[in-house]
Design a protein around this ligand. Sequence first.
Ligand code: NAD
Ligand code: MN
Length: 358
Amino acid sequence: MKTYAIAAIPGDGIGPEVVDAGVEVLEAVAKRDGGFGLRVDRFDWGGEYYKKHGRMMPENGRDLIRKHDAILFGSAGHPDIPDHITLWGLRLAICQPFDQYANVRPTRVLPGITSPLRAVDGPELDWVIVRENSEGEYAGVGGRVHQGSPLEAATDVAMFTRAGVERIMRFAFGLARSRSRKFLTVVTKSNAQRHAMVMWDEIATQIAAEFPDVTWDKMLVDAMTMRMVMRPQTLDTIVATNLHADILSDLAAVLAGSLGIAPTANLNPERAFPSMFEPIHGSAFDIMGKGIANPIGTFWSSVMMLEHFGEQAAAARLMRAIEKVTGDRRLHTPDLGGTARTADVTAAVIDAIHGANV
Ligand code: NAD
Ligand code: MN
């Protein structure tokens, strides 16, 4: 029997609350399925670790998780530490060296959840956003000089490579092809950014020729926000740069009901490194320690992990269990307008996993 090794990195804030819940649910679904096992190793890296050791994870941290089949991540972000240190020291320190260049973010309005788009005619959202996850605006290229003086200057250079754009376009067209509508929207800003974004558009056109069965269109990112709200039914698969997709996917998450529900997979499609699965939300300082964090984003991310393993039956079972639970408004956490607690939602999903009808 195959046993998958999972590196759990809860991080800070509500990260440990939702990752602990995610591990419980994964173990329940593995037990119910019976065809595979899980070994979960927990790494307490993050803000508290930083306070003790002056870094977010040990120097050999990546070597400790390189051989795992997948990473389940909570959140990087601590109230006492600047965000650029926590982000670059942990999440990006894993994503970028492990070449998890395709960040996949599905959005759907789950049963029982009310989208703020309910006033729009037929507000059915069923999107997947593909975020370029290795370069672009978050390449880390830039510098800061004359700090504190009136001459102070700073740059963040968006860096796009042909190889990087080609592979994310190929991934996005391939994902669009695998979905029933076979339709891709390429988000751009080539009117204002006349170098890299023009290359981005040209490469999209070129890769499109490899996928004659996929229809596609192009959308400027500012106009895209309007289209997501006003004409959500006209979208299916979406590809965008690191920064654009970061912003658009938070919008997508709330249009689907709450940031607490949205999942993501940071994929290394070649499987040379482990891929990383995480809810898209952050540490949520305002609710940490209260036991009311919505764990659904982590559960849905766990579904994506099981799909990545090829455990389709277990993945589908967990998704059905999630949808059964969201369908019952008594099991909604406060971000969804309910009064349920993280532990209630977790117990109900585990119950549903063991139930006969899911
Ligand atoms: P956030 O996602 O932590 O919170 C935004 C709002 O959404 C808050 O009101 C929060 O209570 C709510 N929320 C988020 N997740 C929720 C959940 N599961 N259940 C219920 N409510 C939820 O974003 P922020 O406030 O901008 O950032 C807080 C910290 O998290 C910062 O340090 C930031 O850098 C970090 N962060 C990390 C990641 C990551 O590691 N991937 C992503 C985003 C933000
Ligand atoms: Mn974000």
